[in-house]
Design a protein around this ligand. Structure first.
Ligand SMILES: O=C(O)c1ccc(O)c(O)c1
Ligand SMILES: [Mg+2]
Length: 625
């Protein structure tokens, strides 16, 4: 698989972009003409810089408003093209993208346009250049790849071929299977982009909202299945116009891009095994079975506050790590580790973030396979020193530098609690039955990246993104679920929101809340009351509204209000949730009960819950300690 990315996708100087693209593992770049014009390098120098990075220039683009013009515009367009062919010779690239015309003087006419491309092919041949014709979905007369292909076919010139761009095809809801009728050797180049499903002007949507395959809602996989079926074997190139990426960290955006292409082509080969895909073999995505433990990194001085929170939720100290200062807290099947090691990874997490969730351990069907897939998808492996006889648990780095461990029910890894820990069986505590979801708070700019991380590594689905109103700004929330793992990614755009303040206080993205599951929240709430659990109080206004909205009976509403339990329902079932007061650093605990397959996260309650959390937390501007 030959991969490429357009310079427009990234931010920074040309040199910065090239370094980021090379570091991410791409084979080539599309040079967007504006990016070249804005640089101070001579064309030959740019060509040399690209090749010095081990890259090639796969495409020069765009050449606009060419086909179907009357004179004198037509001659001007040919003269302009010849100047660009000279430039391309100096850059060292032989393919130019001609995008369909939006020129006000353009006449259209399929044979006129085909004849223009044929003549351009003659001119290009003299310069050793090939022409690729692309239908912009807002083109005046050509806005559909099927029409662009018909023009290329009629141009009937060896130097003239078709360029496909998934955005233009999918944005117009053109059936991608129509690509299967095009000969693969007549497709000169393929550009890929996804986009969120938003109903808006096509040009504006394309220029600002494209994102990496898998990050949006378009069927880029269906598009690529069709392209692969034609036998096309040229570059797969990301052409992503996105305001966030253009202001983002080029290395991170480039790495996400490469990850998205690997994930995309892996999906294509699994869905269409008869058609070969040039990608090294690695294991298929698997669903997570459950979260086996979460580990907090803290210090001797901060551990007591954390442990009293755990104890108030029903956990009991149930064992110790055999060599490290790590305490195991248990209740029912739920395990939480508290690590006060003054050295090593946990300590660096603590130093970086304060008391924080430093590790999440997942049970997957096959830990080694999960790890192999994650690293094939460019996850960073995490290695740690361990004493002789202790288990080597494969691990990768996740959100905010935290660690995700892969465990399975195999003979070795299942014995973690016997070999690495001196542990006792759990007591029932307050009746918690598992970890329902983990809320990770991050800057809004990081959300697409981490949702791609989870959805590409695991067999996972994302829910539609929801906007949550914080009293001081907007927070977006994206839930991702893989089997028994649910994470909610909360992205803050301003530092005034509860999420934004948490990012500031914890120095970057990390877990802001853990939601435990119970099968009877009312019984759990009663058990917690006896343990000094500091419930987040919800006001009477909320209960009047919830009763009116759902027509709940008085007794249920009274019991909910007495325990500060929030309520939601969907087409399947009912949902009850309860929150703790926030810690000084903004971390909090949630406990939920899902009845009959309710699948959401109580999003309609989020504004009230956030307002209550904010009232309960320190005023803005006050120091943390
Ligand atoms: O937004 C544009 O004008 C534009 C230009 C070139 C492309 O390849 C494209 O897909 C869009
Ligand atoms: Mg394009």
């Amino acid at each position: 698989m030959k991969t490429s990315i357009a310079t427009v996708t990234l931010s920074g100087s040309l040199t910065t972009r090239l370094a980021a693209i090379a570091a991410a593992g791409f084979d080539g770049i599309e040079i967007f003409e504006q990016d070249f014009l804005a640089s101070d390098f001579a064309p030959a120098e740019v060509g040399r810089m690209v090749r010095d990075h081990g890259l090639e220039i796969t495409l020069f683009q765009p050449f606009r408003d060419f086909e179907g013009l009357p004179e004198p515009h037509r001659s001007r367009a040919f003269a302009r093209a010849e100047r660009k062919f000279d430039l391309m010779n100096q850059l060292g690239t032989d393919l130019i993208l001609v995008c369909s015309s939006t020129h006000p003087a353009a006449l259209g006419g399929i044979d006129r346009m085909a004849a223009d491309l044929h003549d351009l092919g003659d001119l290009a041949a003299r310069h050793g250049i090939r022409i690729g014709f692309e239908a912009l979905c807002w083109g005046r007369f050509v806005n559909d790849h099927r029409d662009a292909w018909e023009i290329v076919r009629r141009a009937d010139h060896a130097q003239v071929g078709l360029i496909l761009d998934s955005f233009h095809t999918l944005a117009r809801r053109i059936d991608p299977d129509s690509i299967r009728a095009i000969p693969g050797d007549r497709i000169f180049f393929v550009q890929l982009a996804d986009a969120p499903a938003i109903d808006m002007d096509l040009l504006y949507w394309s220029r600002h909202f494209r994102n990496m395959p898998g990050e949006g809602d378009l069927d880029v996989t269906g598009f690529m299945r069709a392209v692969a079926a034609t036998g096309y074997a040229g570059p797969l190139s990301l052409e992503i116009f996105n305001d966030q990426f253009r202001a983002g960290l080029p290395r991170m955006v480039a790495q996400d891009g490469h990850r998205s292409l690997i994930a995309l082509m892996d999906q294509v080969r699994r869905q269409q095994p008869a058609i070969p895909v040039a990608l090294p073999d690695f294991p298929p995505p698997a669903p997570v079975e459950r979260v086996e433990f979460v580990e907090f990194a803290t210090s001797d001085s901060e551990a007591p506050a954390l442990e009293s929170l755990l104890s108030s939720v029903g956990f009991e100290p149930s064992g110790r790590h055999v060599t490290k200062p790590v305490t195991l807290w248990r209740q029912g099947p739920v395990n939480v580790l508290v690590n006060t090691d003054p050295t090593g990874f946990a300590h660096s997490s603590y130093v970086a973030h304060g008391t924080t969730v430093s590790e999440i351990a997942l049970i997957v069907p096959d830990a080694q396979a999960g790890f192999a897939r994650a690293t094939a998808l460019l996850a960073q492996p995490h290695q740690q020193d361990r004493a002789a006889g202790q288990l080597a648990i494969p691990a990768i780095r996740g959100v905010g530098g935290s660690v995700i461990r892969f465990l399975d029910e195999g003979p070795d890894l299942a014995r973690i609690w016997k070999i690495d820990f001196d542990s006792r069986d759990a007591l029932p505590g307050a009746g918690l039955t598992g970890i329902d979801h983990i809320g990770q708070t991050m800057a809004y700019d990081e959300m697409l990246s981490w949702s791609l991380f989870y959805t590409s590594i695991f067999d996972a689905e994302k829910a539609p993104m929801v906007d949550v109103a914080d009293p001081d700004g907007l927070v977006r929330s994206q839930a991702v679920r893989s089997g028994g793992l649910r994470v909610t990614l909360n992205g803050a755009e301003t530092r005034h929101t509860l999420a934004g303040r948490f990012i500031e206080d914890s120095f970057g993205a990390s877990v802001q809340h853990i939601a435990f599951a119970t099968s009877d929240l009312f019984a759990t709430a009663a058990a917690l009351a006896g343990r000094g659990f500091d419930t987040l109080r919800i006001g009477a206004n909320y209960y009047q509204d919830v009763q009116a909205r759902f027509g709940l009976d008085d007794d249920l509403v009274d019991r909910m209000q007495a325990a500060s339990i929030l309520y939601d329902e969907d087409a399947q079932g009912r949902f009850f949730q309860l929150y703790s007061q926030p810690r000084a650093d903004g971390f909090f605990i949630e406990i939920v009960e899902r009845r009959n397959g309710y699948s959401g996260y109580g999003a309609p309650n989020a504004p009230f819950r956030i307002a209550a959390l904010k009232r309960a937390s320190r005023p803005a501007g006050m120091p943390r300690r």
